[in-house]
Design a protein. Structure first.
Lengths: 123, 123, 123, 123
DNA sequence: GTGGTCTAGACCACC
DNA sequence: GTGGTCTAGACCACG
């Protein structure tokens, strides 16, 4: 379910966080579904439990999951995180588009680029 | 010309780098124009000369500027960096769009969002 | 493993870089093998950690090693750097041969010189 | 006769030195021919006379030219510099060939490479 | 304990 | 004056 990329220079806790936000946003992990326990996942990925702990705290902070002490970590309801999630992506998009404008590209040219990305991008 | 944002968690050398890529991309700094000397800029921003040097080395590596030892740092020709600059932004855009798709947004919805960003964004 | 030459006018960080490219090219340091930590090597060579870091950054830039923050620096896969490594040497050879031609040596004479170097050179 | 390359990161005095060693080695400047005066050349190249001075001192030290106080700088006899000139190039060649050996290339492969350089190189 | 960032300040080569 | 190199040492994020 989760795999790590050794050549990725991002911190491990962030990689784990990103994987889970993807799994949750795309509904592969469904509302109220239980995430793997910290110790279990740590063993599977052969990393330190503290690292998983950090990822889970971050997911909780951003409302992707909720924690029940002694029971585990569970996927939160969509509306808990969805808006903030999309808003944060919009913010990044906004910065990138600003960069393209600064480079002198016209609005039309930018939309053209975006469209080609959306269509080519078969993920 | 250049200001630092204390609240920004990015490394200082990156903030300086970003400011200059903007000034250069937007043609405010023109080809062969001299950048402030390392020491001078360090004094103005009240940071260490080594930090500026790191920014300038990064700018040089990415072909935004060229360095003449004993003379200073100068804006490079556009075609030296422009393509790689835009390509790297496209890459980031591509990742953000992928995130939106994963969140379940349709292509039409995404283009709508982009258009609203482009038009609102009056920079 | 690594020694410095006080009489060498090259910057220390370059000497360290050169030693490692040799150790890696000659397979004495093998793929994924860990390099000494920055602090450790700095202590052994009695130089500043920043200087080692500069060497390691250069090795990373040229794909000889990859860096995992908090874990260490490791030898990269051969194909990451090999081609560019040999190409850069060819470039230098080309310049030197050009110099000999300019001095009036014939092609035959040059090949003769090269052969004698290759055979004498028992490294 | 002499031109400078602004994009060349080599020190100017070295560029000037290199140009003259080429002109002298290739017999374009002939024995006992007078070099341009320091001030004259400085004006033409729009650089500081001290810089030319440094190049000429280096040429003199390496026996490419001889200086007559109050008269000028003149091309020295071939045998004054030729041997040391060629020896220094051999040294560089030797280092490059050593690098190729370390990378695992066989003697035969190296000679092959050299031959292709010599033949392609139409300078 | 690892690398990443940053400071304060020195000395050098070059112009 | 300029940038390039180097030192000594600090603080932080990460594992």
């Amino acid at each position: 379910m989760i795999t790590l990329d050794d050549n990725n220079s991002n911190p491990i806790y962030e990689q784990v966080y990103d994987k889970f936000t993807e799994l949750i946003s795309s509904n592969i992990l469904k509302v109220d579904e239980k995430l793997p326990s910290i110790r279990e996942l740590a063993q599977i990925l052969k990393i330190n439990p503290n690292t998983i702990q950090k990822s889970y705290r971050l997911l909780e902070k951003n409302k992707y999951i909720y924690t029940l002490a002694g029971k585990g970590n569970f996927v939160a309801k969509k509306d808990q995180y969805e808006q903030s999630h999309i808003t944060s992506i919009k913010l990044k998009l906004s910065e990138n588009i600003r960069s393209l404008k600064i480079s002198g590209l016209s609005n039309e040219k930018i939309i053209e680029i975006i469209k080609s990305i959306i269509e080519e991008d078969n993920l």
